[in-house]
Design a protein around this ligand. Structure first.
Ligand code: HT9
Ligand code: FE2
Length: 389
């Protein structure tokens, strides 16, 4: 064999497990919410987010102040760049050649910038990975609509979908083992920050949504809140096992908006901390399982507001980290991309999950994640069984 060149195997299904295939995909779209980078961006960003959504002006001014309090700069863009770098490193470590392009629904680089970049790269079939782990209009269909509208604006939306780059989406991954494990690790670390964590109550926190959106999210397999409760049970059980003592837990919500007359998921985390304190709880760990990184809702609504509430109530409180770029999370995302690729190739794959719900759909089912039950807004959406399903 001496003198023979060592050939790099051509990309394709691996025979020895060392070089898994991303085919048929030739690019990965890291698809996020976006946030302002400087004070002048704040108002235009808020206009983008709230276009046609009836958020009261008072709420917008309040949210604007949250951003100005942090110099007009949301942490989310830096966090997405860090996640992009971590994904690139993980892909490279596994010998997978798949460029990662970043785009946002509400700020630069916009979805249209990302699609243009994908086109420049010559991409023909891309897989989208959204930075929302749960299934609801906000974390699923709203991204799929935005992608369809972006292609439409490029003149690339036909009767049955994109006539340009084809897009598939990674399933909602709240119950993927990687996301679960990264949250377990973060919560265990938070408990270890407490002098005595044995009696500390674990409060999982996520973004509130209107009850109409909650009801409509059921079509994806289980409602948004039920998805959180299922994951929370798994995380709490594993945390208790690692710490060697029982852990009592609950789920609370933050970042409510909309008019006061419109019901949203409750209890609000601040009210909930009050209830816990009145019931005799002395210490809490707050785990923001609804968010993948420490963006504005986390650094303002939890670190600023909820931790102050806890202090006022005399509670000792520690905020657990978000999954961010933790290794089990990043490795799990790459596993999910490979799973989606294998499904696209028509292969049988074990779609891994924790908890009781099983893997969510990789191709969204009809009616999945509408804003309201039964609503047909007439807005096209990709990555489903049909453009208007
Ligand atoms: C479920 C959910 C997630 C979690 C999933 C995910 O992570 O994607 C999320 C994330 C985010 N939400 C964000 C910001 C905002 N969300 C708003 C408004 C709303 N969010 C909603 C839901 C969600 N939102 C809903 C039902 C509304 C009402 C209007 C509507 O129906 O759309 C508003 C308007 C003002 C206000 O109402 O607060 C802002 C400014 C940022 C950026 C943060 C940063 O800059 O660091 C991020 C990551
Ligand atoms: Fe939001």
């Amino acid at each position: 064999m001496a003198g023979m060149a060592i050939e790099t195997p051509a990309p394709g299904p691996s025979t020895d497990g060392s070089r898994p295939s991303p085919l048929p995909y030739d690019a990965l779209l890291l698809y996020s919410f976006g946030g302002p980078n400087k004070p002048e961006d704040v108002v235009p960003f808020l206009r983008n987010v709230t276009a046609g959504k009836g958020i009261p002006d008072a709420r917008l001014e309040e949210v604007g102040e949250h951003y100005y309090g942090f110099g007009g700069k949301s942490p989310i863009n830096g966090q997405n760049l860090a996640l992009k770098a971590a994904l690139e490193a993980e892909l490279a470590a596994r010998g997978i050649d798949l460029p990662v392009v970043w785009g946002n629904r509400n700020w630069e680089p916009y979805t249209r910038d990302a699609v243009a970049e994908l086109a420049d790269l010559g991409a023909q079939r891309a897989v989208a990975l959204v930075t929302s782990a749960y299934s609801s209009y906000s974390g699923c269909r709203q991204y799929r609509e935005d992608l369809a509208l972006t292609l439409e604006a490029r003149g690339e939306l036909g009767e049955h979908g994109s006539t340009g780059i084809q897009f598939d989406k990674v399933r909602s991954y709240f119950n993927h083992p990687g996301f679960a494990q990264a949250n377990v690790d973060a919560v265990v670390e938070a408990y270890r920050e407490l002098a005595d964590g044995t009696g500390a109550h674990l409060v999982f926190v996520t973004h509130s949504i209107p009850l109409t959106m909650e009801a409509a999210s059921a079509v994806s397999g289980a409602t948004y809140s039920a998805q959180h409760l299922d994951l929370a049970g798994v995380v709490a059980e594993r945390v208790a096992a690692e710490l060697g003592h029982p852990v009592e837990w609950t789920l609370a919500y933050c970042s409510r908006s909309g008019p006061p007359s419109q019901p949203w998921l409750e209890p609000d985390v601040n009210d909930h901390l009050g209830e816990l304190a009145r019931a005799g709880t002395r210490a809490v760990v707050l785990s923001p399982i609804g968010f993948v990184s420490d963006h504005m809702e986390v650094v303002y609504d939890l670190d600023t507001e909820a931790l102050a509430t806890a202090r006022d109530l005399g509670l000792t409180a520690v905020r657990a980290g978000t999954v961010g770029t933790r290794a089990p999370f990043v490795a799990g995302l790459v596993d999910l991309v490979l799973e989606r690729a294998a499904l696209a190739r028509g292969e049988d794959v074990a779609e891994e999950s924790v908890g009781s719900m099983g893997a969510f759909d990789s191709v969204c089912r009809p009616g999945c994640c509408r804003r309201r039950d039964g609503e047909d807004s007439g807005v096209p959406a990709l990555c489903s069984t049909g453009l208007y399903t």
